[in-house]
Design a protein around this ligand. Structure first.
Ligand SMILES: [Zn+2]
Length: 425
């Protein structure tokens, strides 16, 4: 029955699309269909729906009438055709809305096809899902960086052994973790609030968890609230406190989701933002802005000064080594693209899981247990890995095209609008 209706609906929508005026009711109807398609795909793919705080009856309807992948695919194809036929509105926000729905639905279609067994290369997949392809680097690129690191690190032996030995002194003791993390959150929040006004009542809770492939996760719940989970499977180094507090909290995921809820869902009634499909272009903006947000809140020199004064003492770590520690961290950070190479070669079948782990240890300088955790992440989230480093670089380039004094403003605008990777170029 459902299928037989498609040709009729399709003709009807094409007929409407010749209208040159923008019809908000029609966009709201498409928005509802998009949300239900995302929820329907979430019934097949447990990692797909990262957040949903829209009408509960939409989810109930989806659960009560479970759609097959073929049915979801047909729904996505017709939604894409309808959106393409709508003329681009002259109002910038309305144009962004149309394109957001279009591009997100196209990515949904790609994910459906992946679940139906269509094989994509790593780069084809990241292009289809995140609208971006990470640069390729040869091994020599990473070897040059590791040699610089070798000059900074004390001791003898292999580079990874020297790095691990050096970093041992910077592990946050388990019993201090919550206090250090709370102080980091306070610092990130205070700096964010100097520049961005957040709605009253925004808040999050923090939980410590184990046996996950990720190190931290923000679960947005709506009503300006998040649950932030921190994985304690592996030792947590002092630099992770600010990284996680900014990335998951302020001005990262919690602020992004809160501003989308305030500005788009509540003020404009755009319900498509009440659902967040993880494998979609929105994730490049989410992860890129969360990672770049660390630098926005804490420019390098301010960060080290803040940590020396506020975090090292709580953790009981000697702050006299902090400057060198962060010089080393910067060099390790530049190796992050080695993680993309490992994922690309592994998912493209050029190397196996064990070799991917070895690559991560050799070129990204991850300890073997951390490399094993990352391979699990790659198994679960695949080309999603590019959203962190490429996403950060794209968001950084976009924001830093503006004068320094305007950067918070540009950053806030990015977090308050349905912009996607194409808008960063
Ligand atoms: Zn994240």
């Amino acid at each position: 029955m459902k299928r037989a209706l498609f040709p009729l609906l399709f003709i009807a929508t094409l007929a409407c699309s010749t209208a040159t005026t923008y019809d908000p009711h029609r966009m709201d109807a498409i928005s509802e269909r998009y949300v239900k398609l995302v929820l329907a795909l979430g019934e097949h793919d447990t990692d797909y729906v990262d957040a949903y705080y829209g009408p509960p009856e939409w989810r109930e309807a989806v659960k009560a009438n479970k759609q097959s992948l073929d049915e979801i695919r047909a729904g996505a194809v017709s939604t894409i055709a309808e959106l393409r036929a709508i003329p681009v509105p002259s109002d910038e926000m309305l144009a962004l809305r149309r394109r957001y729905l279009l591009r997100q639905t196209e990515a949904l279609l790609a994910r459906v096809d992946m679940l139906r067994g269509i094989k994509l290369t790593f780069d084809q997949e990241s292009k289809a899902l995140y609208d971006a392809v990470a640069p390729h680097h040869e091994e020599s690129y990473f070897l040059d960086l590791t040699q610089q690191l070798g000059r900074e690190l004390p001791g003898d032996g292999t580079l990874i052994d020297r790095l691990e030995a050096y970093r041992k002194g910077f592990v946050i003791p388990t019993d201090k973790l919550d206090a250090v993390f709370k102080a980091a959150i306070d610092g990130c929040r205070a700096r964010t609030l100097q520049h961005i006004q957040l709605p009253a009542g925004e808040t999050f809770t923090v939980e410590y968890v184990t046996k996950k492939s990720w190190s931290g996760y923000n679960w947005f719940k709506g009503n300006y609230t998040s649950l932030i989970q921190v994985n304690t499977d592996l030792p947590i180094f002092i630099d992770r406190a600010i990284d996680l507090a900014c990335h998951e909290g302020y001005p990262g995921h919690h602020v992004y989701n809160t501003l989308l809820e305030k500005n788009l869902v509540r003020d404009r009634g755009w319900k498509e933002l009440t659902v967040y499909p993880l494998f979609s272009p929105q994730s490049l903006i989410a992860e890129g802005s969360a990672n770049y947000g660390i630098d926005v809140a804490f420019p390098a020199e301010e960060r080290v000064a803040f940590e020396k004064a506020n975090l090292f003492p709580i953790a009981g770590i000697d702050a006299s080594e902090a400057d060198r520690y962060y010089r080393i961290q910067d060099l390790v950070g530049k190796l992050s693209y080695a993680g993309n190479e490992a994922a690309r070669r592994y998912l493209d079948g050029e190397i196996n899981a064990q070799q991917a782990g070895e690559w991560l240890t050799k070129y990204a300088l991850m300890s073997p247990p951390r490399a094993a955790q990352r391979v699990k992440f790659i198994d679960q989230y695949r080309s999603y890995v590019i959203n962190y480093n490429l996403g950060k670089d794209l968001v950084k380039a976009y924001v830093e095209r503006h004068d320094r004094e305007k950067r918070w403003q540009v950053f806030e605008q990015l977090l308050s609008t349905p912009r996607l990777p194409a808008d960063l170029k």
